[in-house]
Design a protein around this ligand. Structure first.
Ligand code: CA
Ligand code: CA
Length: 196
């Protein structure tokens, strides 16, 4: 019976997913945490179809090995079937968690949770190096205008005019923008109530 079961497993036509390409620009220049468009391809080089669903994930690391130092970037659910000899290609834009200039690796792993039983589970990672040249912004307020004397009831409304310049070497880019804050406190008195 045991031999029969083993025979059944070995006789199964297992798929073998393997990444065949991961396209990343060799040199990326931009602000920290920039967006980049990736293209990858995965083939099924096994003799059975890849059925069901699995997750294909992208990680970032300073070395070419998928280990605990690799930082998760994003994952995508992928559904089959991918027939034997078949392949699929995907294009996606991700935000890379890079800040400092340097050489990094993008690591792509198909079926990262091992949802698919494959004839070879050790060929699912592809690592591609790239160089990141950081061009950070540097925001600085240059002006804040308000009347010297305000006369009115408590909690009155005033009009403020302010200006901010970016004196960095790259654009200030963030999908949802950022916050600028105006605070008020009594002249000559610090936040903690002490004179300053
Ligand atoms: Ca594989
Ligand atoms: Ca697998």
């Amino acid at each position: 019976m045991i031999f029969f079961l083993l025979d059944s497993v070995w006789a199964a036509d297992l798929p073998d997913l393997a990444p065949v390409s991961l396209q990343v620009p060799e040199v990326l220049a931009g602000p920290p945490n920039l967006d980049v468009t990736l293209v990858w391809g995965v083939t099924n080089q096994g003799i059975g179809a890849a059925e069901g669903g699995w997750s294909d994930d992208v990680y970032l690391s300073t070395n070419a090995v998928m280990d605990e130092a690799a930082k998760y970037v994003r994952g995508w659910y992928q559904s089959g079937p991918i027939p034997a000899g078949g392949s699929f290609w995907r294009t996606n834009t991700v935000q890379l968690p890079v800040v400092a200039s340097g050489t990094y690796y993008l690591l792509f792993q198909t079926d990262i949770s091992n949802s698919i039983l494959e004839s070879d589970e050790n060929n699912n990672v592809m690592a591609v190096p790239f160089t990141f040249n950081s061009t950070p912004p540097d925001l600085v307020p240059v002006s804040l205008r308000v009347a010297w004397v305000l006369t009115g009831p408590p909690n009155l409304e005033v009009t403020l005019v302010w200006g901010v310049t970016n004196q960095g070497i790259g654009p200030a880019v963030r999908e949802w923008g950022w916050s600028d804050r105006v605070s008020v406190h009594q002249r000559g008195v610090g936040w903690d109530g002490e004179f300053c």
